[in-house]
Design a protein around this ligand. Structure first.
Ligand SMILES: N[C@@H](Cc1ccccc1)C(=O)O
Length: 504
């Protein structure tokens, strides 16, 4: 039998009775682990060795963890400084301890929260009382001990809870790696006994090999399509954009046409057409991004008149409007749209693509802007999946069926519906979906059937059902991340952005 040099060396280094890892073998042979892995797979194909794989976790201390190994954990330093200052007898002013505990900047908060969590004492009106809970010994802090054990490669038997805590504190990093180990098979043992010669193999064709004609005689190494390769992280389309495109495809597949229109628009289109009273709280400067530009003058005069009339007097038998002020200048003021229902108004009024005869279906997947507080489920700018269907005799069942059909395309089959109120729809309901990781119900959309007070001024005399769904929330349900900021901005989860691929 003839084998290439590395394979032969590996075969000789492997054992029939002792499993050796690729790392061990690579070290023994003075070879690159990737080359040993390749050789191991080739020998496995020949039946000469068995290759086993398992996933192992590697734990490493981070830079911050290393610093605390040298200086002590902030909470332990605080405890020691407190004891030195006599806080085990009588509470001491926190401010007096920071210097001797060498705490400043973010470490102060770290020290305080962990000191309290571990029961090393109490902090009350700025005074520290060092009275450790008997079950927690600051001189044998399990987190400090675990950091040392990890740094000394002794992480095997550490408490999982302590490890989780260290990881959430950013003091250790855990990575999963595939460990491969090799054992000789009976055929391998026999082959070795019978004697093996080395065969030179060539990894790549070179111009020299071609020019000399030598290529005809050499033995080429086989391709190993299973070998590990360095991941290549090239640029790619952001998953939000990928999902937006998928949403568009799905809606077009359901017979919808796309709407487009201005991000900055007159309040008339954003709110007044929607029968939103001008003194509605959502119309104050707290919630919207008003623009310091002159009001929009190209509003259709007849429509403005009908909308004003609906606000002042109501429509037909549908109540008698709002008894609150209505001011045309207020309606002309320009703001960033807080929802894309402004586009639906432009289209339904016939001012976007001309008068529309039922049946019609329209959608948009566009950005909206709200002066919200940034948190795990709220952004100041986000994407809304707006849509409406214009037809005779629509009911809530049509809406629910449309949502069921739409969300099914994204693997979401557990929609829940909750009655809701919008000034512009009746009935209205909100949609919820269950978060795949936390099980929490997440609001994913708002919908309803437009009221007469909206449709009549627009000149529409059949039913229109409509909705605004949150694209980012859809993403959260699809991929299970818990913080919307994982996909946006400086806190984004690069691994998620690199790895996730939207099924088209
Ligand atoms: N504009 C609503 C969504 C919606 C659109 C159309 C009808 C009903 C509700 C929102 O932003 O929440």
């Amino acid at each position: 039998m003839r084998l290439p040099e590395t394979q032969l060396a590996l075969l000789e280094a492997a054992s029939a009775t002792e499993t050796k890892t690729v790392a061990q073998l690579a070290e023994a042979l003075g070879e690159d682990p990737a080359a040993v892995t390749r050789a191991a797979f080739e020998l496995e194909t020949e039946g000469l060795v068995a290759v086993e794989e398992h996933v192992a976790e590697e734990v490493a201390v981070t830079e911050e963890g290393d610093r605390y190994r040298d200086d002590g954990l902030p909470e332990v330093r605080l405890y020691r400084a407190a004891v030195d200052a006599g806080a085990d007898e009588e509470p001491v002013e926190l401010g007096r301890l920071l210097g001797s505990a060498a705490l400043d900047g973010p470490e102060v908060d770290i020290a305080l929260s962990n000191f309290a969590r571990k029961g090393y004492g109490h902090i009350d009106s700025g005074k520290v009382d060092a009275a450790p809970d008997p079950t927690h010994d600051p001189n044998a802090d399990p987190e400090a001990e675990a950091l040392d054990a990890i740094a000394n490669d002794n992480a095997g038997y550490l408490d999982a809870e302590v490890l989780d805590r260290l990881e959430s504190r950013g003091l250790i990093e855990r990575t999963e790696t595939t460990v491969r180990s090799v054992t000789l098979t009976d055929d391998g043992v026999t082959a070795l006994m019978e004697g093996i010669e080395t065969a030179e193999t060539v990894g790549a064709v070179t111009p020299e090999l071609l020019a000399s004609g030598e290529w005809e005689d050499v033995e080429f190494a086989e391709y190993n399509v299973e070998a590990d390769a360095e991941p290549v992280n090239g640029g790619k389309e952001h998953i939000l954009r990928q999902t937006a495109n998928r949403v568009k495809d799905v809606l077009v597949g359901m017979g919808f046409q796309e709407m487009e229109g201005p991000h900055a628009d007159a309040d008339f289109w954003i709110n007044d057409c929607l029968f939103m009273p001008q003194d509605h709280p959502a119309r104050t400067h707290w919630d919207r991004f008003a623009l310091d530009v002159p009001g929009m003058d190209e509003l259709p005069a007849d429509l403005v008149e009908r909308v004003e009339d609906a606000h002042r007097n109501g429509v037909g038998s549908e109540g008698d409007g709002y008894h609150s002020p209505w001011d045309e200048d207020f309606a002309r003021a320009v703001a960033l749209r807080g929802h894309t229902t402004s586009l639906s108004m432009r289209y339904l009024s016939g001012h976007a693509v001309g008068d529309l005869e039922p049946p019609q279906r329209y959608f948009s997947v566009e950005k909206v802007y709200r002066n919200d507080t940034l948190d795990p489920t709220h952004l100041l700018e986000f994407y809304q999946i707006e849509g409406w269907v214009m037809a005779e005799d629509l009911s809530v069942r049509d809406l629910m069926g449309t949502f069921t059909e739409f969300y099914e395309q994204f693997g979401i089959t557990d929609l829940q519906f909750k009655p809701h109120y919008n000034p512009y729809t009746e009935p209205s309901f909100e949609l919820f979906g269950e978060h795949p990781e936390t099980g929490e119900l997440i609001e994913i959309g708002n919908s309803g059937i437009f009221r007469e007070e909206v449709l009549s001024p627009l000149g529409v005399d059949c039913d229109v059902m409509a909705w605004g769904l949150a694209l980012e929330r859809l993403l959260m349900l699809m991929y299970g991340f818990e913080d919307i900021r994982d996909v946006h901005g400086t806190l984004c989860d690069l691994e998620l952005l690199r790895d996730v691929e939207v099924v088209q």
